[in-house]
Design a protein around this ligand. Structure first.
Ligand code: CNA
Length: 238
C-alpha cells in the first residue's frame, strides 16, 4: 500500500461522517466509458459533438439522431458495480458514510447497495414521456432501437439532465447540506469541469478533502490528499 493510500485509510478509519462526490471515472472500471479520458466518448467521432446530441434542444429537434447515439453509447449492457461502488456501500452500512453524491446516470451505486444516493444528473434507469410527463418503464429507452413513443404519441425520454436543463433544486440543496456537514469529503473519478455540479467542492470547509482521480484536475491544489490512481484499485485496498 502506498503512503497516500495509507493516509486515506487513516482518514476513513477515523471518521463517521464521510461524504463521497463522484463522476464517470467511478464506473470506467465497470466497463462504462467516461466522457473526457483519451478513450472517453468525447474522443470519438460522431456526426454531431456529444455535448450537442445530449442537449435538450437537440433532443427535441432530432430525437432519431439522439436515440441512435443513446442506443449505441448510453446503454448499460449489464455493467456491474466495481470495488469503488462496493466499498462506498459498505461504509454506509457501517454508519461511516452519510451520502454518495454522483454525476453518474448508471444506477451502479444503488446496485452495489448504497441507499442514500443523490443523482445530480438523473438516471438512465428511469424514463418518462416528454409530452405528457407519464413515467414509463426503463426498458422502453434501454431495449430495442428507434425512438420510443408513449401511448399519447409523445417521445419517451430518459430521466437524465440534458445540457441546457437545470439540475433538480432539491437534490442540489441536499448535496450542499451533506457536503457542508462532512468531516471527510472524497471526490473521485470526475474531471470537475461540468457545472454547477463541479462547484459543490466550494461548499466543503473542512481540512480532509481527498481527490482520487486518474488524471489531474483543477482542484488538485485545494485538496489535502491527492491520489492519481484508478479508484477501484485504490478502494479495493481500503
Ligand atoms: P468526465 O468529464 O468524463 O471525467 C472523468 C474523470 O474520471 C477524468 O478526469 C478521468 O481522469 C477520471 N477517471 C477515469 N477513469 C478513472 C478511474 N478508474 N479512477 C479514477 N479516475 C478515473 O466525467 P464527469 O463525471 O466529471 O463529467 C460529468 C458528466 C459525465 C456527467 O454529466 C455524467 O452524467 C456523465 N457521464 C456519466 C457516465 C456514467 O453514468 N457512468 C458515463 C459517462 C459520462
Amino acid at each position: 500500500m502506498t503512503e497516500e493510500i495509507q493516509k486515506l485509510k487513516q482518514l476513513i478509519d477515523g471518521s463517521d461522517n464521510i461524504v463521497f462526490f463522484g463522476g464517470a471515472g467511478v464506473s470506467t472500471e465497470s466497463g462504462i466509458p467516461d466522457f473526457r479520458s483519451v478513450d472517453g466518448l468525447y474522443s470519438q467521432t460522431y456526426k454531431y459533438p456529444p455535448e450537442e446530441i445530449l442537449s435538450r434542444s437537440f433532443f427535441d429537434r432530432n430525437p432519431e439522431e439522439y436515440y441512435r447515439f443513446h442506443h449505441d453509447k448510453l446503454r448499460l449492457r449489464g455493467a456491474q458495480p466495481n470495488a469503488a461502488h462496493k466499498k462506498l456501500a459498505e461504509w454506509e452500512q457501517q454508519g461511516k458514510l452519510k451520502a454518495v453524491i454522483t454525476q453518474n446516470i448508471d444506477g451502479l451505486h444503488q446496485a452495489a447497495g448504497s441507499r442514500n444516493v443523490l443523482e445530480l444528473h438523473g438516471s438512465l434507469l428511469r424514463a418518462y414521456c416528454a409530452r405528457c410527463g407519464k413515467p414509463c418503464p426503463a426498458d422502453t429507452i434501454n431495449e430495442g432501437d428507434g425512438v420510443p413513443r408513449c401511448t399519447c404519441g409523445g417521445v419517451i425520454r430518459p430521466d437524465i439532465v440534458l445540457y441546457e436543463e437545470p439540475l433538480d433544486a432539491d437534490v442540489m440543496a441536499r448535496a450542499i447540506h451533506y457536503i457542508r456537514a462532512a468531516d471527510v469529503l472524497i471526490i473521485g473519478g470526475t474531471s470537475l469541469v461540468v457545472y454547477p455540479a463541479a462547484g459543490l467542492i466550494r461548499d466543503y470547509h473542512g481540512h480532509k478533502l481527498v481527490l482520487v482521480n486518474k488524471g489531474e484536475t483543477s482542484a488538485d491544489g485545494y485538496a489535502d490528499l491527492v491520489i492519481h490512481e484508478k479508484i477501484g484499485e485504490v478502494f479495493a485496498q481500503l
